[in-house]
Design a protein around this ligand. Structure first.
Ligand SMILES: [Zn+2]
Length: 329
C-alpha cells in the first residue's frame, strides 16, 4: 500500500467526542450544550450548523497542552494508517476566543508534532487558517501578525468558514500580506459555493484550493485549473456528509483527475464526517476507481504541493519509495 499524505484537515476538527470530553474535564468546564448526539457523535444538521457545533466543541481546547494533545493524538492515528505527512489547519481565532495567545497555541501544536515524529515517525506542518465569517480585518490581522517572525513549522495561509456568505476576493489584502511574507497560500472554495466562487478564488495568489471540486460545473474552469497546475485538496467523505454531492458515485474527483487536474485527498474534519485519511484513500480505491499507482500519484502530488521546505519534501518523496519507510526522516 502506498504511503499517505494529507493537506486538508482542521486541527480543532480532529478531536473526537472522547477527547473533547477529556479536555473539558481537565479544564473543569462542561462541554457546551448541543455538541453531542450520542456518546460518540457530534450533533449537526447542515453545513452552517456543523460550523456552529465545531466552534462550540473547540471552546474546550484551552491550553498549549490541550493543543499538544489534540495534535499528537491525531498525528499518531494518521501514522497508524500509513500517513507520512500531514498539513494541519490551525486557527488563531479559535485560540484567541478562549483567551489563549496564538503563540502558545502554536507552541503546543509544535510540541505535538515533535512528539508524534519521535513516537510514530510522521511529519507535519502548520497552515494558519482565518475564519471568513470573522471578517476581512480578522484575516488581515492573522496574516500581518505572522508576516515577520513566526514558528518555523508555520508554512501556509488558508481561509475557511462560510464560503457562500463571505466570497473570497474581498480577502485579497490578507493574501497579499501572507504571500509576500513567504507563506504558501490556499483557500476554501468550490465547496458550498459553485464555479464562480472558484474563479474568484483564483484571483488570489494561491497554488492550491481547499475542495475546489465544484469547478466541475464549468468545463473551461476545469481546463484552466489543469493548465495552471492548481492542486485541489479534495475531501470526498466531507462533501458527501455535508451533501455537496449526493453520493461518492456522483463525486467529481475521478472526472477532475482524468481531466488532468492535480488532486489530493483530505479528511477535513474527521470525527464530524466519519472520515479518516486512510478512509479517503479507501474510498478513492473502492468507490472512485483509483488504482494503486494512481493513489501513489496522489500522495506524490500532495508532497510536491505541500508548503513544506524543499529538504523535507525531498526526504518525504524518498521515503515513499524506501522499503523501510522511516529511515529517511
Ligand atoms: Zn476544510
Amino acid at each position: 500500500m502506498t504511503a499517505l499524505a494529507e493537506l486538508h484537515v482542521h486541527l480543532e476538527g480532529t478531536a473526537p467526542p472522547d477527547l473533547i470530553r477529556r479536555l473539558a474535564d481537565r479544564n473543569g468546564i462542561p462541554v457546551p450544550d448541543g455538541v453531542f448526539d450520542g456518546p460518540d457523535r457530534f450533533k449537526w444538521v447542515d453545513f452552517l450548523d456543523f460550523l456552529r457545533t465545531y466552534d462550540r466543541a473547540a471552546t474546550v481546547i484551552r491550553t498549549a497542552e490541550d493543543y499538544r494533545d489534540v495534535t499528537y493524538e491525531y498525528l499518531v492515528s494518521c501514522a497508524r494508517q500509513g500517513a507520512i505527512y500531514v498539513e494541519l489547519l490551525v486557527s488563531p481565532d479559535h485560540a484567541q476566543s478562549v483567551g489563549l495567545p496564538p503563540s502558545e497555541q502554536q507552541a503546543g501544536v509544535a510540541q505535538g508534532i515533535d512528539d508524534a515524529r519521535r513516537d510514530a515517525g510522521i511529519e507535519a506542518r502548520i497552515v494558519l487558517v482565518a475564519v471568513r465569517n470573522f471578517g476581512v480585518q480578522a484575516a488581515i490581522d492573522i496574516a500581518q501578525s505572522h508576516a515577520g517572525e513566526r514558528h518555523p513549522y508555520i508554512v501556509g495561509f488558508n481561509l475557511a468558514g462560510d464560503e457562500a456568505g463571505y466570497p473570497p476576493a474581498q480577502f485579497a489584502p490578507a493574501y497579499e500580506i501572507a504571500s509576500r511574507a513567504g507563506l504558501g497560500c490556499t483557500v476554501h472554495a468550490g465547496e458550498h459555493a459553485g464555479a464562480g466562487s472558484v474563479r474568484e478564488a483564483l484571483t488570489l495568489p494561491v497554488t492550491r484550493l481547499s475542495h475546489g471540486v465544484r469547478a466541475v460545473e464549468d468545463p473551461a474552469l476545469v481546463q484552466d485549473i489543469a493548465d495552471r497546475g492548481i492542486v485541489l485538496e479534495a475531501c470526498p467523505t466531507s462533501n458527501v456528509a455535508t451533501q455537496v454531492f449526493p453520493s461518492y458515485e456522483e463525486h467529481p474527483l475521478r472526472r477532475l483527475y482524468e481531466a488532468g487536474v492535480k488532486v489530493t485527498l483530505g479528511s477535513d474534519d474527521p470525527p464530524y464526517f466519519g472520515a479518516s485519511i486512510g478512509g479517503e484513500y479507501a474510498v478513492a480505491r473502492e468507490r472512485l476507481g483509483f488504482g494503486e499507482g494512481e493513489l501513489e500519484s496522489l500522495t506524490r502530488t500532495a508532497i510536491e504541493a505541500s508548503f513544506a521546505d524543499d529538504a523535507l519534501k525531498r526526504a518525504l518523496l524518498k521515503r515513499m519509495t524506501a522499503k523501510d519507510g522511516r529511515s529517511n526522516l
